[in-house]
Design a protein around this ligand. Structure first.
Ligand SMILES: [Zn+2]
Length: 448
């Protein structure tokens, strides 16, 4: 690409990111409306008009629609404006200072994900400035409330203003980091997300004075057995969302690799992988099935000399895309079959994981754009083990193809992930610039 254009994009996107970082949108409380106003002003200065929408008033979103000169599909460029809180004492630069130093923009949100708020804005303004010469529409959405709560932002928009954000294709955060593996520059393209089915197990026991040990009916002992049983449980293996290409790239031993790709032998293979390379094992294991992580245990008695009637074990459970509470219940019952105490399960509000079609026209356009700028790139589709706002869009608009992809070019995933949600969060100026160039060229390539 022309060096003059790259320099122009770089200046514009760095300036905007610096301004975005200076507005503290730590969530809680968020206060994203200040950023929505900043973006509104930024676009108005370029002759473009968007809308500030949402509730409550201090937690609004900014949405702008750009129509091309010809009819065609709609591409939504999505990024959230809120950030996780920062403890300034631990930083070498002020987290809301927007310092540019050593080829990096420093500050909370520089990597998650004000970088994309800025990159997408520059892409949209350049599409407008060059005559909107594309088929279809581009929607720019900067949303509130992703890091905590997830109520006022993307979910609010799809529920209250679907007219503003309904789209055929959606590009969001959650992918685009690369690792050098076996001589290839391997990028993760997030095509789906796991779900959550967090639950409580209430274990019942016999109340009584603790001066005489209770060998049966001590709810504390039974709860400990519940925790142990959930920890040891080997969940049903489902390979349909396993990123098989990642397994092949990450596991060099061919025999072990074969075992990991076979449902019958996968659990034994994972146990072996934990021995050999725990980092890789921890990366792959969540893609094989549901996971149980007991995180909280509460006794109904506060008295040290009294057996409690109840102990509650709270479990963070993550499910594969498309699999919900019914399957979790079956596996919990299997896991706890040996528990010799009455217990019951209560779900605490689940979100069904979901995924988008792959291949798709969006995938093809991403591939073409990456081939052009990063010829040694190889994309591997993967489901996110956490959560992004793409989930709300897939649930509301079942036909939307939503991917997470904001590609880096300079710093690899180890560097990028270490900085995310950490002190000294920062982004390399070349990565930021590439994210803007990529979004613009992707839109041109998709909406031809
Ligand atoms: Zn994020």
């Amino acid at each position: 690409m022309d060096a003059g254009i790259v320099a122009e994009v770089q200046k514009e996107v760095v300036d905007l990111l610096v301004d975005l970082i200076k507005v503290d949108t730590s969530n809680p409380p968020g206060n994203e409306t200040q950023t929505a106003r900043l973006l509104d002003g930024w676009f108005r200065a370029r002759g473009l008009e968007g809308q500030i929408v949402g509730e409550p008033a201090e937690r609004a979103n900014f949405v702008l629609r750009l129509e091309g000169t010809r009819p065609g599909p709609t591409l939504l460029l999505l990024a959230h404006m809120d950030v996780v809180p920062a403890e300034a004492e631990s930083w070498s630069e002020p987290p809301f200072g927007g310092v540019v130093k050593d080829d990096h923009v420093w500050g909370r949100g520089a990597g998650d994900i004000k970088n994309l708020v800025a990159a997408h804005a520059v892409a949209v303004s350049r599409l407008a400035a060059s005559g909107r010469d594309f088929a279809g529409s581009v929607i720019y959405a900067a949303t509130a409330d992703e890091e905590e709560g997830s109520i006022c932002g993307a979910l609010w928009l799809v529920q209250n203003r679907p007219d503003l954000v309904r789209s055929d294709y959606l590009l969001n955060e959650g992918g685009g980091e690369f690792q050098m593996l076996r001589g290839e520059r391997v990028y993760d393209l997030t095509t789906g997300e796991k779900g959550t089915a967090q639950f409580r197990i209430t274990v019942h026991g016999e109340a009584g004075h603790a001066s005489v040990p209770l060998y049966r009916g001590n709810a504390v002992v039974a709860a400990a057995q519940v925790v142990q049983a959930l920890y040891e449980y080997q969940a049903d293996v489902h390979l349909e969302t396993l990123p098989a290409d990642y397994v092949r790239l990450l596991v060099t031993d061919e025999a072990l690799c074969r075992r990991l790709l076979d449902a019958q032998t996968a659990r034994a293979g994972l146990a072996e992988l934990h021995e050999r390379d725990d980092t890789v094992a921890r990366l792959l294991e969540p893609h094989y099935g549901l996971t149980f992580s007991p995180t909280i245990v509460h006794s109904s008695s506060e008295a040290i000399n009294v057996f409690p009637e109840q102990v509650v074990v709270t479990v963070d459970c993550r499910t594969l895309a498309g699999r919900g509470e019914d399957e979790v219940r079956i596996e919990v019952e299997r896991a706890l079959a040996g528990i010799d105490a009455p217990w019951e399960l209560e779900f605490l509000g689940s979100v069904l994981g979901n995924a988008s079609a792959d291949p798709s026209p969006l995938r093809e356009a991403i591939d073409r754009t990456m081939e052009r700028f990063v010829p040694d790139a190889r994309l591997v589709p993967v489901h996110c083990v956490g959560f992004t706002d793409s989930n709300w869009f897939r649930a509301a608009f079942p036909d939307v193809v939503a991917y997470g992809f904001g590609p880096s070019i300079e710093e690899d995933s180890d560097t990028v992930s270490d900085l995310c949600h950490n002190h000294d969060e920062r982004i390399h100026v070349r990565d930021l610039t590439f994210q803007a160039v990529f979004a613009e060229e992707l839109a041109r390539g998709l909406l031809r």
